[in-house]
Write a new protein. Structure first.
Lengths: 113, 111
């Protein structure tokens, strides 16, 4: 069976510091991978998605970036965090089709102080 | 553009049925989904329905799809306190692998 991991689970970082969040999927190959941000327990905002190694699509321009160095690894980064980057970050994966249902990781709670 | 809307809050008594509603705008949506999120956790896929279906039932969950009105509902029979959570409706965006999520409905189940 497939499992998805995210770490860290919680993170408190000062404004201006760098960020690296990691997501890995086990039990499948060549998944689609997604990064979402959820603010205040509501509405998911799609940040990035990837259909393969090195293939990243950005949905919202901001100071975040994503990379996929390996087939089942997805990393969310920032060089300098802003207060507005605080939120709950969720990684998800899906098969290539046809239903594209997404399966979510446990999330990372980021607080920028 | 694509948009998914849900009411924000629903309160029911334990043992009653809950009906959570959702409307969407993309008439070309092929799949629609329901997710559950408990406090501090990720989203759990509950069920999804293909657009050529009107209804899908899975134990206590019944999904109804009115494609003409672009209306989706999730009925939870015999609602339990463990069903208290935020429920998200989502549609597949065109032929992409992206999902468009609603804002979520908080279901409160009173004992």
């Amino acid at each position: 069976s497939q499992t998805i991991h995210q770490w860290p689970a919680t993170l408190v970082q000062p404004v201006g510091s760098p960020l690296s969040l990691e997501c890995t999927v086990e039990g499948t190959s060549n998944p689609n991978l997604y990064w979402y941000r959820q603010a205040a327990g509501r509405g998911l905002q799609l940040l990035f998605y990837s259909v393969g190694i090195g293939q990243i699509s950005s949905e919202v321009p901001q100071n975040l970036s994503a990379s996929r160095p390996q087939d089942r690894q997805f990393i969310l980064s920032s060089k300098k965090l802003l207060l507005s980057d605080s939120g709950f970050y969720l990684c998800a994966w899906s098969f290539g089709g046809p239903s594209y249902e997404q399966y979510f990781g446990p999330g990372t709670r980021l607080t920028v102080t | 553009g694509e948009d998914v809307e849900q009411s924000l809050f629903l309160s029911v008594r334990e043992g009653d049925s809950s009906v959570i509603n959702c409307t969407y705008t993309d008439s070309s949506s092929t799949y629609l989904y329901w997710y559950k999120q408990e406090p501090g956790a990720g989203l759990q896929l509950l069920t999804y329905i293909f657009s050529n279906m009107d209804m899908k039932q899975d134990q206590r969950l019944t999904v109804l799809l009115n494609k003409k009105d672009k209306h989706l509902s999730l009925r939870i029979a015999d609602t339990q306190t463990g069903d208290s959570a935020i429920y998200f409706c989502a549609e597949r965006s065109g032929n992409t692998g992206k999902l468009i999520f609603g804002q979520g409905t908080t279901l409160q189940v009173k004992p």
